[in-house]
Design a protein around this ligand. Sequence first.
Ligand code: HEM
Length: 294
Amino acid sequence: MASLTPIYQSQSILSKPHIKIPLSQASLLPTSLTNPNFGSTFLPRRCSVQFQTPTGIAKMPMKAVIVSATTAEKPKKRYPGEAKGFVEEMRFVAMKLHTRDQDKEGEKEVKEPQEVPVAKWEPTVDGYLRFLVDSKLIYDTLEGIVEKAPFSSYAEFRNTGLERSVKLAKDLEWFKEQGYTIPEPSSPGVTYAQYLKELSEKDSQAFLCHFYNIYFAHTAGGRMIGKKVAEKILNKKELEFYKWDGDLSQLLQSVREKLNKVAKSWTREEKDHCLEETEKSFKFSGEILHLILS
Ligand code: HEM
């Protein structure tokens, strides 16, 4: 990769024969050098070029300049959020997959029933129970996977404080006490759990995309949904699913840091592969959300 150190930052160009001049700084070069037809055959053998630097005039043999200017690469492409860390990249992709109503950063058109504004939802207790049962299956699966850690990097994500399985078990117990029959997991949950299990064993980048989206979505839109649904059908009962032990923003920050650390060792291709999985995460989770309206 070519060094993009701006020429004015280098103390002595002459003492650094490896320095390459990026094409974006071609204006620093004599105009004749920026002409693609320009060739070394037009140059006197011992010709040199001068640059103004903060420490004075620097001279460089013309031949070196030509080689550098032609081999320099384009400025490195930045990925949205990249400067803040990989979680910010994942967040950026996820937010675009929201509808405009779900979040102001959203760009997706409303196509599915669960994508209409939550305020307009007409949830049922039976549907909500199906959603909670399938959600529990997903959290049981995720928490079992990080416990087993088929990839050693998953071990970082044990006991983060974001776990939801035990909380959901308590909520289902509460529904039982209210006289409701707890259903068996349904197809959206069973399908997603199976997918996660298989993925976790062969593709850690894609798996961690789901891990991030599931836990973080629940603390954002998920909480908002829980509040609205409770207002409509549970007499505002606040479920354990929406309560965390400790400071939630600190728990999230700590998981962000762990994800950023794991992703640091990934290549750009592996990072892109992880980001590409976001759409699937929305699809599977959307089908589980849909249960609330079933
Ligand atoms: C009705 C459905 C949904 C609603 C209303 C909703 C709404 C929201 C809102 C309001 C935020 C907060 C934005 C912010 O921090 O400024 C958010 C964040 C987020 N949502 Fe959703 N969302 C929904 C579905 C989903 C789904 C299905 C997924 C993926 C599985 C998802 C993934 C995320 C993620 C990863 C964040 C970022 C959280 C963070 O930065 O802490 N959301 N969502």
